[in-house]
Design a protein around this ligand. Structure first.
Ligand SMILES: [Zn+2]
Length: 412
């Protein structure tokens, strides 16, 4: 929130300092929506031009914004000098540890991807050390590459499935990884050494929701992502719903079929057992089919599946139809309860394309009481499997936007 910088009459230097720091942060956060001229910032935030000029000057000195891009607002009149977040100067590193792969993504302040690397992973369910060794190797390589280009890395956030204690960085329970009480933040920090930036851990679906919300531009959103596990996140009034125990969003464990398959969580007929990646693959192909070869890259395998569907392969089309019907069952329930403006289908769902989407839309419309599903727009994620790592990187950058003065970077 913007704070008035004058008229208090208190003359308290500490309070004025706090107000200025807050206003610097407000201007930086405003620029997260895109480049603006000083006049536009002044108008948008209701601050005097002179104040905006001073605040922008501070941000330029901190090395966080640049001032040199010229554009003509609305295409007419004098060119305005636009202020923009500086590209490539400072980044957040997001790491997703999933059942099939580990992915590392670095985002700079404007949200540009400055690094994207991934490796397939085979988890030893009795021993998490090999997985964290691989994650540490990928992060170390990323840190080396980013430092070589002069990009300052603010921090590392790791996204994992399951129940995560964000305060301690411990993964309490991730059934699909076979993890319980794994101190991921501490173990990764230990492997990376004392020069590495701080490491935090959060739930993958929650971080994916953060990334999707940032690109969707709607105040209420439901995100559902599918891999081996199925999970999601709920945004209401531009706020991520965390729940009393910070465990909200376990959409994959809604028991929808009392006679269904047993889920890794111990219940029967969870949504995840009906629409998870393993279920889709078993519908679509025999065990020896390349589609189910875990040594192959998951995105390549899904491309193979969609190519088969496009070529009219009956088994693949039936598999997509079955998944779509069951997705419609669960989403219909959720849309009736939450009435979101948008439902985003992420993870492997987004790779199945329009064939899945059109069927899911029809199912949801048929199950939601409000006419035309209350106007709810069901869409495929454009971020796909990158959402969790991107959201992780975004949350690292939140620190910079909250307290810019602590994250100055040298200007070349
Ligand atoms: Zn379950």
């Amino acid at each position: 929130m913007l704070t008035a910088g004058s008229g208090t009459g208190s003359g308290d230097a500490a309070a004025r300092g706090a107000i200025r720091r807050n206003n610097v942060s407000v201007v930086l956060r405003h620029l997260r929506r895109g480049a603006r001229s000083r006049t536009e910032i002044s108008r948008d935030l209701g601050l005097p031009n002179s104040t905006v000029s001073k605040l922008v000057g501070e941000l330029v000195e901190l090395g966080l914004v640049t001032d040199d891009e010229r554009r003509r607002a609305g295409g007419i009149g004098r060119p305005h000098q636009a202020v923009a977040l500086r590209t490539g100067a400072r980044c957040g590193l997001g790491v997703e540890i999933s059942v099939n792969y580990i992915r590392v993504i670095a985002l700079d302040l404007p949200g540009g991807v400055v690094l994207d690397d991934r490796a397939p992973v085979e988890h030893d369910r009795r021993d998490h050390h090999a997985t964290l060794d691989l994650a540490a190797d990928l992060v170390a390589a990323a840190l080396t590459a980013l430092r070589a280009t002069g990009t300052a890395v603010t921090g590392v956030t790791v996204a994992t499935p399951g129940h995560v204690d964000r305060d301690t960085g411990v993964v309490r329970l991730a059934t699909n990884l076979g993890w319980s009480d794994v101190p991921v933040a501490a173990e990764l920090a230990d492997r990376l050494g004392p020069d590495a930036p701080p490491v935090r851990v959060d739930n993958d679906a929650r971080l994916g929701t953060v990334a999707e919300h940032r690109v969707a531009h709607v105040p209420s959103l439901l995100y559902l992502t599918g891999e081996v596990g199925v999970a999601g996140g709920i945004v209401v009034d531009d706020t991520l719903v965390l729940g009393a125990a910070h465990a909200a969003g376990e959409l994959g464990h809604m028991p929808l079929d009392p006679r269904g398959a047993v889920c890794p969580c111990g219940q029967r007929g969870c949504f995840e057992t009906m629409v998870g990646l393993g279920t889709f693959l078993s519908y679509a192909a025999d065990a020896t089919d390349p589609l189910r070869d875990q040594h192959r890259d998951l995105e390549e395998r899904l491309a193979l599946g969609t190519a088969r569907a496009a070529a009219g392969d009956a088994r693949t089309i039936r598999a997509i139809d079955r998944i779509a019907a069951d997705l419609g069952l669960g989403l219909g329930l959720l849309v009736n309860v939450l009435d979101p403006a948008v439902v985003v289908l992420g993870g492997y769902f987004s790779h199945l394309g329009e064939a899945l989407l059109s069927r899911v839309r029809a199912e949801v419309t048929g199950r939601v009481l409000a006419p035309h599903a209350g106007g709810c727009d069901v869409r495929l994620s454009r971020l796909g499997f990158t959402a969790a790592a991107r959201g992780a990187a975004e949350t690292v950058l939140d620190d910079v936007f909250t307290d810019p003065a602590s994250f100055a970077v040298p200007i070349p």
